[in-house]
Design a protein around this ligand. Structure first.
Ligand code: ZN
Length: 311
């Protein structure tokens, strides 16, 4: 399948249609429905207020460890977990980055349409805005923590911090709800679902057991419990237990055991210091417990400060 230029809006429209025509019921009504969905998707992305240039800037995709690959933008991390039975994609970045993610997946030698499962670390638009479109292209099963399912399904309207009258991203419905401790198996790779609420109600980290031809790796794909400026630890109208959730998440993240760690944002684990474009496969680059502990400790200090000041 040919590739469209980077950062182009809906570059797959024609490919997508021809694929739909070949694969599914070629009814005119279906096409009309899809057209209106794609138009509303384009309108939705115009409604996003905050954007960072590193969110859409490309970066070289690479193999992190074993069957885990980085396929995201410069700062918005997306992880592809590959297997002979199909792949899983964790996070999508922004809606306009779908073509870039696809290009990244294909340049690593994998088929985008072999993505069978979609997952996310948190239901904020910078990690899920491309989810609806990728779900449409791949027909993959979307799985999300039960506490984030509603906000995904209403496109961010019910978000406790950013919510309001209009959606922030194209709504996407989870086909399966995940809970803390769930195990997902994909070929030789095992993902343990860790519910780390606070940043969003259903924020999730994944502890992934994977291996290469030398050894096995326990890789933490962490959703760091960062506190938004509008977050009130003392409780928020649509999230009264937010303080308790952050406390739980900070305590459980301190106890985690892993070999390597990465996170939802490249900046959170200093990706671009640890790996330069063209570097060969080196999982050890992400063996960095001290920076993980330092980050969690600074978040704990922030939490304590806000708690003390009644925020
Ligand atoms: Zn977020």
């Amino acid at each position: 399948m040919s590739l469209a230029p980077k950062l182009n809006h809906h570059p797959y429209k024609s490919n997508f249609y021809s694929q739909m025509l070949k694969t599914f019921l070629p009814s005119l009504i279906l096409l009309l429905l899809l057209s209106s969905t794609l138009i509303s998707a384009a309108q939705n992305s115009g409604a996003l207020s905050y954007q960072d240039s590193t969110w859409t800037k490309p970066t070289e995709p690479f193999r992190v460890a074993g069957d885990i690959y980085y396929v995201g933008s410069y700062d918005l991390a997306c992880y592809l977990i590959v297997s002979a039975e199909g792949h899983a994609l964790i996070n999508t970045g922004l809606e306009e980055s779908v073509s870039m993610i696809r290009k990244n997946v294909e340049s690593l030698g994998f088929k985008f349409t072999d993505i069978k499962f979609l997952l996310t670390t948190q239901a904020h638009f910078d990690h899920v805005a491309g989810m609806a479109e990728i779900k449409k292209i791949t027909g993959a099963t979307m799985m999300a923590n039960e506490a984030d399912a509603k906000v995904l399904a209403d496109g961010g309207k019910s978000d406790f911090a950013f919510g309001g009258k209009s959606g922030l991203f194209t709504p996407v419905t989870a086909d399966r709800l995940l809970h803390d401790g769930d195990i997902l198996k994909l070929g030789d790779t095992k993902l343990k679902v860790l519910h780390h609420p606070g940043h969003t109600k259903g924020a999730t980290s994944f502890l992934v057991d994977t291996k290469d031809d030398k050894r096995s790796w326990k890789v933490l794909i962490a959703n760091m419990p960062t506190m938004l400026s509008m977050t009130r630890i003392s409780g928020m109208p649509s999230y009264p237990n937010i303080g308790k959730d952050f406390k739980y998440t900070l305590a459980s993240m301190k106890k985690l055991d892993f070999d390597l760690w990465v996170a939802s944002h490249a900046s959170q684990f200093d990706l671009h210091d640890k790996r330069k474009p063209g570097d060969s496969y080196r999982p050890e680059a992400f063996n960095d417990r001290p920076s993980y502990d330092a980050t969690i400790n600074s978040l704990q200090l922030e939490y304590d400060k806000r708690l003390k000041s009644g925020q």
